[in-house]
Design a protein around this ligand. Structure first.
Ligand SMILES: [Fe+2]
Length: 364
């Protein structure tokens, strides 16, 4: 990736902004919302085999989504205890391409600027080790929508029904092409030393931060451990590629589900000031079909529309806990702009990691 001067910046290309949902939710809130007002939210009430834990796991098994409201909790450590009733064992975070900072023990920050929208995605779909479940802890929130108005709070997270999206996608020529070719995740990780004293054009993550080492050989070997193909570019640019199916076998439903999304496409940087001027293939992340061919503009739009069609908001009040099955639901959110005195902070809890298996031929 060349380090460009500001005068070379090109105007924004056509930007596709998600609509997030149609206005009609794919699942009634009563199916996944648990009002915690009637439960003791102390350590005894949050015991693994307590009534709340059992109800959360039954809800999660049935629909893959749990939204605890009215918890009265204010501390991330307590919200995490509630999330763990479903999440169980947590991920030991090792160097990946998107490191996160800790907000509390085993509670991570979202790891993206608030002002950028986050396309629908399944967590850690771009590496060979993913997670089965992700949880959000509502630490600082914006005013939620007024009940009954049909509005959506500015700080809402959106989730999209990936089972419905899979079925619709597979009924289209694009879906069949995706099934046949798979996808490739391309990453360009910059060298921290090449940017000393320079504006960080084209930078998302330096490989030193992603792989937690200053040794290029060590970084490359860690990348290979995650089943990434590794190549070095100019200025010690670490280029990785990961080829996989766009779908993943989900044992709980004994079927393949769509597991990839355009969150990992170069378009993710369409609104990032120091990156948006670069062509897609030179951006820090990019995604193509598995034969390295690009998605057409029509295919990009179709994929964005697909997750939007089956999306719905999860609006947060302080202390809320959301637990999301990483197979059955994609998650994302619009960009958030804070007014004076406002804060919006979610803690993230990641479930245990698993090695992706790809698809099963009898799982379609
Ligand atoms: Fe995420």
């Amino acid at each position: 990736m060349a380090i460009v001067e500001h005068s070379e910046l090109a105007p924004l290309a056509d930007v596709i902004e998600p609509a997030w949902w149609s206005g009609a939710a794919p699942l009634d809130a009563a199916e996944y919302t648990i009002d915690c007002g009637g439960y003791p939210m102390d350590p005894a009430g949050l015991a693994h085999d307590g009534e709340l834990g059992r109800r959360m796991r039954e809800t999660f098994d049935r629909v893959g989504l749990v939204h605890l409201t009215n918890t009265g909790l204010t501390e991330l450590v307590d919200m995490r205890a509630a999330a763990k009733l479903v999440v169980g064992r947590e991920m030991k975070y090792v160097g990946g391409a998107n490191p996160r900072d800790n907000l509390a023990p085993n509670v991570y920050e979202v790891g993206a600027p608030l002002s950028a929208w986050l396309h629908y995605h399944h967590e850690m779909a771009y590496v060979g080790r993913s997670t089965r479940v992700i949880s959000f802890l509502a630490s600082d929130v914006l005013p939620p929508a007024v009940p009954g108005t049909g509005g959506v709070g500015r700080g809402a997270t959106f989730v999209s029904d990936s089972i419905a999206a899979t079925d619709k996608l597979l009924s289209t020529p694009f879906g069949q092409k995706l099934k046949q070719l798979g996808v490739c995740y391309h990453r360009n990780l910059t060298d921290r030393d090449a940017f000393v004293g320079k504006t960080e054009y084209g930078v998302y993550n330096h490989w030193q931060k992603s792989f937690d080492t200053d040794d290029p050989e060590h970084a490359a070997s860690r990348a290979r451990d995650q089943r990434l193909a590794v190549e070095w570019g100019p200025d010690r640019l670490l280029k990785t590629r990961y080829y996989c199916s766009a779908f993943e076998y989900f044992a709980h439903l004994d079927r393949n589900v769509l597991y990839s999304s355009l969150a990992d496409h170069g378009m993710w940087f369409d609104t990032w000031p120091l990156v948006q001027h670069l062509p897609y293939e030179e951006r820090p992340l990019h995604m193509t079909f598995g034969d390295d061919s690009e998605f057409s503009p029509e295919e990009l739009q179709e994929w964005i529309d697909l997750y939007d069609e089956f999306g719905m908001p999860l609006d947060w009040r302080r202390g809320d806990v959301g637990v999301i099955c990483n197979y059955r639901w994609a998650h994302g959110r619009p960009g958030i702009h804070l007014d004076d005195g406002e804060a919006r902070k979610l803690g993230v809890v990641l479930g245990d990691q698993y090695d992706r298996v790809g698809v099963r031929s009898d799982g379609w």
